[in-house]
Write a protein that binds this ligand. Structure first.
Ligand SMILES: [Zn+2]
Length: 401
């Protein structure tokens, strides 16, 4: 071997520079592991069918980030796409309730959308991808909800492919809303998006001026939405909460989440008996305020009967068109002077509020993690969706690794 000292020096220098580079760009365990050349994604290629595909991980731009996915909740929206593709997105990589760790950052990426520093190894969630709608901005948040904006996990497929959280890696492009949520555990991070829906609903409810600390509140529907609603009311200090549902198991869980009493509508024949049962829970009074958290038109019609004259209602159960409800405008709204607000999706401010809610919920011992009843690896995403459609569990999550 013919190696002169100049060569040795050059090699040593090269090795040292290599080490230095690594220590700057890879301070965390995940980032220290090499980033593979390809990433698995779960692509919905036909109705009710995902294929696990493998795509090259592209070079990222100066404003982009590469995030290693840790987990992602399965949403009602995913269930609709899986069954019917109402947004005509197939083939598509779904998953918008995801979170993961930054493993690569473009040189211009410095802060998250709330102004918090970002570095390799930080845990992040995304919210909306802004295009050119000035009404949806981080600091003017109450103008409108983000229902019309683009979201990772509901984007058409393109050359990058890593567009949804049902994957091993996702490319977060410049201009997206990103939040550093390193101070939340994985389960909390997976629950951020559905919780934001409820933070928004409660903010909408507060605009009526009727919801107070000592309000008697009915929450109808104890799926994930109703259960999170109860948890939020509880963290706000509202303690007189009656949960209404047809399943005892869910009602029991509602109590763990902070409901004071519960009514199983299957135990009461007819709306009069049912509203009587609700009033019994409030010592003979009707509710000051009610949250309607089911997608059932009959449930919407019923809920007015639980509310006192001058009370309030927040309707948030109809995320999609669930059909028409029959009510009597005279008896249900006018003569009772009910103040009604509708709620859909959330604003960015609600998203940021949600991080604090999740910490508070944990702080007062609410069993938020129990909302995630089923966990599947990415390879079993078809099974995860079938389980979700059976509606036996609450939140179904894909957990990577
Ligand atoms: Zn969702």
């Amino acid at each position: 071997m013919d190696m002169n000292s100049a060569n040795v020096e050059a090699i040593v220098k090269q090795v040292l520079e290599g080490m230095l580079e690594k220590s700057v760009s890879a301070p965390t365990p995940a980032a220290r592991g090499t980033i593979p050349a390809t990433s698995k994604v779960a692509m919905l290629t036909a109705l009710e069918h995902y294929d696990i595909k493998e795509y090259p991980i592209p070079e990222i731009g100066d404003d982009d980030m590469l995030v290693k996915v840790e987990g992602c909740g399965v949403c009602g929206t995913d269930a609709h796409e899986f069954k019917r593709d109402p947004f005509s997105l197939i083939p598509v990589v779904l998953g918008h309730e995801g979170t993961g760790e930054i493993v690569k950052m473009g040189k211009n990426v410095k802060k998250d959308s709330a102004g918090k520093d970002l570095k390799l190894g930080d845990k992040v969630v995304t919210c909306m991808i802004f295009k050119d709608n000035p009404d949806i901005t981080m600091y003017d948040l109450n103008k409108q909800n983000v229902g019309g904006a683009d979201v990772y996990g509901l984007l058409p497929d393109d050359d990058i492919h890593l567009n949804g959280w049902f994957a091993d890696y996702i490319v977060i492009r410049g201009g997206s809303t990103v939040f550093n949520v390193s101070d939340l555990d994985l389960d909390s991070r997976i629950l951020i998006e559905p919780c934001a829906v409820l933070i928004h609903a409660v903010e909408r409810a507060k605009t009526t001026g009727i919801l107070r600390f000592n309000s008697r509140v009915v929450v109808q529907g104890c799926g994930p939405i109703g259960l999170i609603c109860i948890a939020i009311l509880r963290t706000m200090g509202i303690e007189n909460i009656v949960a209404v549902d047809g399943e005892q198991k869910r009602l029991d869980f509602a109590k763990e989440m902070g409901a004071t009493k519960s009514v199983n509508f299957k135990d009461h024949k007819g709306i009069e008996a049912l509203s009587g049962a609700v009033a019994d829970c409030f010592d003979g009074h009707l509710a000051d305020f009610a949250f309607q958290c089911t997608g059932s038109p009959v449930a919407h019609a019923n809920i007015y009967k639980f509310i006192r004259n001058g009370g309030g209602l927040c309707e948030l159960g109809f995320f999609i068109n669930g059909g028409d409800a029959t009510i009597n405008p005279h008896f249900d709204i006018c003569s009772k002077e009910i103040t009604t607000v509708g709620s859909w999706v959330y604003t960015l401010r609600d998203y940021a509020t949600t991080f604090d809610f999740l910490k508070r919920a944990k702080g007062i011992g609410l069993p938020m993690s129990k909302l995630i009843t089923h966990r599947f690896p990415l390879d079993q995403i078809n099974e995860a969706h079938v389980t979700n459609l059976k509606m036996e569990g609450l939140k179904i999550a894909i957990i990577n690794q």
